[in-house]
Design a protein around this ligand. Structure first.
Ligand SMILES: [Zn+2]
Length: 124
């Protein structure tokens, strides 16, 4: 869903940047801040809140993954994106040939089920 405002709320950008300060300063942190703030553009306030909460709750895991000794393997050749390695998949709805809906990560192509997906709060 694209909001007409486009630009993220100040609090979502500030909290996202602050949470990522857990990652040691440098190119990695800069890249994550840029990428995750960019993802806020075009989201509704509710979606921004959910995204921001996701950053806050996963920042420690991102830090651990970003500082892990096995990170000497260049990210470009890693088989699984860093966020997916910490369980933060980018779920998208897909349909089987029988028109049944399921979830698949657009980054690593992991297939999830309803339990892997947190529906927006208040939508039942
Ligand atoms: Zn994934």
């Amino acid at each position: 869903m694209i909001s007409t405002e486009g630009r993220p709320q100040w609090w979502s950008m500030a909290i996202t940047r602050s949470a990522l300060r857990l990652i040691p300063a440098g190119d990695t942190r800069d890249r994550w801040q840029q990428e995750l703030v960019t993802e806020l553009y075009g989201l509704s306030r509710t979606e921004q809140a959910r995204h921001t909460w996701g950053v806050v709750t996963r920042a420690p895991a991102l830090r651990a993954a970003a500082t892990a000794p096995d990170r000497i393997v260049p990210e470009a050749v890693m088989r699984k994106p860093l966020r997916c390695r910490v369980g933060w998949h980018k779920w998208s709805h897909r349909y089987t040939d029988e028109h049944l809906r399921y979830l698949e990560c657009t980054r690593c192509h992991k297939q999830g089920d309803a339990y892997d997906y947190l529906p927006p709060m208040g939508w039942g």
